[in-house]
Design a protein around this ligand. Structure first.
Ligand code: ATP
Ligand code: ZN
Length: 479
């Protein structure tokens, strides 16, 4: 079967064919690192991780690149607010990104390019755009001349006249940047240095790159002129991805990406979850409740990736219920495999279930349907587990149970759903006992007995419990 993917650019599902047989070049727009990631970001990266995992399952070798935007007005504002530097702010949130995202079992990218490490490539690309006659400089700024790229608007479907009308209404004579542009819909490729802000030397004087050029330059330098899949949230279609196309394609005269894929937004009361609106829940805030990170993964995958997803307490509670069913089934071998004489030398697979799962996923990564197959297997195992829990003999043969279990593990892994036996529970440590240890450690810290406080932390670590210290002598923990 061939995989079909919805391509935003052609507005239809298309058969997926990679440029080079057996390999996929994939680029996903990464976060601007000025704050902790929220559930909207979690959705985006869970979705693209799942697409990547499915392509790998289908036999492709995927080269997955995701950038960090580590220079931006938002980062500079945060640095000013915290009385620190842009580097310190971005480093802090890059580390936080890794902590949060790895808990969601999102695989590491093959490369995480940062804008500040690609300034020469960015400058080179802007020079190429000048040479091609699509960029012009004014007083140390460089702008892209949208009128010079006839295909502008092909991704978002916006017409040039519409763009001008839209942008025209926003031009203000007091906006010095707008005054420099030849056309209101032109956008900045390079910005002249402002007092006290980081800047790099360039042919146009000291300055820093605009936002859109970074992805064009990093794609080109790490993956080449044309890639297979470019992905990101639907809010990036315009202007970010439209501008990436304009920049890259004017410079190389080749398509930037064969497939453009976009995830729908996580919404709160009908509005996009976003930092600027202040209606967000951070990943770490949610996981420290404490909630199994796999619940978040399941919450995301239960919806089709292109549809909006409403975040509510009820939706999370329902995903938690569903996860418990899958988790118990994933741990079936751990609990009963030995007793039932599972022979793991054998790979017993339910071919029919695999085929149904693939048919769903081949249809534009239909994870809700793929999950339905996972649930069927989990429910089969649950029925016999209930009998085993009460000391009875299962109705299904051990061979069949092993087949269900092995198939379940295979499919759940493709979706990034993995269950760990709870070490602390295995060792009989209850929540109250963990709290008591946390309290003891706090006392030790107050008494400046750091040897003892470290010992307690390491002891809990060995039991699979991580402590996170917070301001005001608070410590939160998670398994
Ligand atoms: N609510 C959301 N739902 C789904 N994806 C989102 C959401 N918010 C951001 N994203 C995606 O996360 C990725 C990283 O986003 P970025 O760092 O640019 O954040 P952002 O859009 O500026 O977030 P915010 O608006 O909260 O500041 C992008 O692909 C973006 O589309
Ligand atoms: Zn980008």
């Amino acid at each position: 079967m061939v995989i079909k993917l919805y391509n935003t650019q052609t507005r239809q599902k298309e058969d997926f064919q990679s440029l080079e047989t057996g390999t996929v070049k994939m680029y996903c727009c990464g976060v601007t690192v000025y704050d902790y990631c929220h559930l909207g970001h979690a959705r985006s990266y869970i979705v693209w991780d799942t697409v990547r995992r499915y392509l790998e399952y289908a036999g492709y070798q995927v080269n997955y690149i995701q950038n960090f935007t580590d220079i931006d007005d938002k980062i500079l504002n945060r640095a000013k607010l915290e009385g620190t530097t842009m580097e310190i702010v971005s480093e802090k949130y890059i580390q936080a990104y890794f902590e949060d995202i790895r808990r969601l079992n999102i695989k590491d990218a093959d490369n995480y390019p940062r804008v500040t490490e690609h300034i020469p490539q960015i400058i080179q690309l802007i020079q190429e755009l000048e040479k091609q006659g699509v960029a012009y400089s004014v007083d140390g700024d460089v702008y892209y001349s949208v009128n010079q790229f006839p295909e502008y608007g092909k991704l978002s479907g916006r017409q040039q006249e519409q763009l001008q009308a839209g942008a025209g209404g926003r031009v203000s004579l007091s906006d010095p940047e707008a005054m420099k542009k030849k056309d209101p819909s032109d956008f900045a490729l390079w910005k002249a240095a402002k007092l006290g802000e980081p800047a790099w030397e360039s042919p146009w004087g000291n300055g820093r790159p605009g936002w859109h050029i970074e992805c064009s330059a990093m794609v080109k330098s790490l993956l080449g002129n044309t890639i297979d899949i470019h992905s990101g949230g639907g809010d990036l279609i315009f202007p970010h991805h439209e501008n990436e196309i304009a920049q890259s394609e004017a410079a190389t005269h080749q398509p930037l990406s064969r497939y453009w894929m976009h995830n729908g937004m996580v919404r709160v009361s009908g509005e996009k979850m976003s930092k600027s609106l202040g209606n967000f829940t951070t990943i770490r805030g949610l996981l420290d409740t404490p909630l199994d990170p796999m619940v978040v993964r399941l919450f995301v995958l239960q919806a089709h990736y292109r549809k909006p997803l409403d975040f509510t307490d009820e939706a999370i509670a329902s995903a938690e219920n569903s996860w418990n069913t899958i988790k118990e089934a994933l741990l079936f071998n751990h609990e009963y495999g030995e007793k039932l004489g599972f022979d793991l030398q054998k790979n017993l697979i339910d071919q029919d279930a695999i085929e149904r799962f693939k048919t769903s996923m081949d249809d534009d990564i239909n994870t809700p349907e793929g999950l339905a197959v996972v649930f069927e297997l989990a429910k089969e195992l649950k029925r016999d587990r209930n009998i085993l829990v009460h000391g009875g003999t299962p109705e299904t043969s051990p061979e069949t149970l092993q087949k269900y279990w092995q198939t379940l593990v295979e499919l759940a892994t493709v979706l990034g759903l993995e269950a760990q036996p709870e070490k602390s529970q295995a060792l009989g440590l209850s929540d109250a006992e963990i709290e008591a240890f946390v309290q003891q450690r706090l006392e030790a810290k107050k008494a400046k007995n750091y040897g003892e406080s470290d010992r307690i932390r390491d002891h809990l670590k060995q039991l699979g419990i991580t402590l996170i210290d917070q301001p005001g002598n608070q410590t939160i923990w998670h398994r």
